[in-house]
Design a protein around this ligand. Sequence first.
Ligand code: F6P
Length: 550
Amino acid sequence: MMHESGLSPFDFKAAAERHGIQGHADRLNGIGLQALQSSNDRVSRWVLSPNDMGWRFDFTKQCMDGPAWQALVKLAEDAHWKKAVAAQFGGHAINATEGRAVLHMALRGDPEDDFQVGGDSVMEEVMETRDAFLGFADDVRNGDYVASDGGAFTHVVNIGIGGSDLGPVMVHEALAPVRIQDGAPLDVRFVSNVDPFHLDQALLGLDPKRTLVVIVSKTFTTQETMANARRALDWLGDRLGEESGRHLAAVTSNVSGAGQMGIAESRVFGFGNWVGGRFSLWGPVGLAIALGSGAAAFRSLLKGARAMDQHFKSADSEQNVPLRLALTEVWNVNFMGHQSRAVLPYAQALHRVPAYLQQAEMESNGKAVGRDGQPVSWSTHPVVWGEPGTNGQHAFHQLLHQGTEKCPVDFVAFREPMGGDADMHKLLLDNAVAQAEAFCVGKTQVQVAEEMASAGMAQAAIDSIAPHRTFAGGRPSTFMLGDRLDAFSIGALIAAFEHKIFLEGLFWNVFSYDQWGVELGKVLAKQLGADFASDSAKWTQGTEALRASI
Ligand code: F6P
């Protein structure tokens, strides 16, 4: 039976036991990832390349086989994943603790898509807002919307934090290679941290006369963003006086809040509360992306994401990329016991993707209370972290190859070069492929000893050093290879991760779309600000001593 939220509680543990999934994991741990590579259907069975998406998702190096996968699919079926997808796309209030629908997919929808909230279509409003903010972005870029002195803007400062920063900055950075090729009239900078240095640094060398400040906050109450916004307004006001209004735009669900800050209504772009902050880059929150890379690129980003939405809704369990990503993570976390995942983009332009995914994934599914209000008795989201390759190879890959814990890895790379030098790009790809192979296959002590012997080393040295030069292998990875880095491919990839997050929350029986866990720290920070000189009883001794020392 469907819960009123659209998602009924799910007993993950009972389903896992019903389908004997831990037994499959034990069996496969006995066989080993290396041995699985020799089966004839490894590539045909474990590589997904959805039509027209420009992505190849390679799961061949996950420690999984057909029977294990079938058991996981049964678990997904027990959770009614298809019905849950329909509930989400149908605008049910699946964000039950906040009583909201979750329809960021509407932001990238086409006019004919029938996204509804509470029985009312939202597409007209979505299209109007899209045309408005993209029109504004291109007007600024073309010099049709000019600064207070009549000259063109040259710089944009985007102020926002969390979902009002990470998505826009991640995509903006990702599109840098395209922007450099096409030429970009605006230099866009991002400020998120309440550390005043962040804004100081962003404003360094900027001329207020040439600078547009965009304030992005779904709630328009977030402490960090409001503090940065006030300082930026002062910076503009000090130099431009009354004229500074033309240099301001805002994006928010709290349109009146932006009005109170004195931002003209025509430059306040709104969105509905059925868009979660960390899923909001597809709408006006992405204004900075459009200012940086143009409306056409932004529309292409949406097309890529929509293509993944269509795939997600229609592909069966064998071909469905988000389902494969979600069940692979569930497998690694709950049955293989891996509690973290590294995201390694072999593309410098994707350097903010790990940070973006940290919010999208951990703020969504880093929870321990189930949809039935009871503590869950299984692990939920692993810690996500990462850095671009090849940099990571010279830093933490030591642990990935030889550490005591196995950490599954997501590789992301592109066939076509991002810069002009095809040979160097080949070097980059060779490194990515080599790392995946090394994680999987490793190198036995016998192989190491043979190599050392043929290099003429003495037996005593071989005996003492060979164990340190041995690689156990058996370390799982997924390899995501795009044809080329562009707005479409980024849109499709990010949408795949969004849907993976949704399915994981469904299976782990948590509500993925609230974030109550961030509240306590916010409240205490406010109290500390207000109570610094009084009420010592409320605080631990250590905190009391710490704040006295500040
Ligand atoms: O503190 C968490 C959070 O609420 C995120 O979920 C959100 O993306 C971020 O703060 C910023 O919120 P807002 O867009 O309302 O400023």
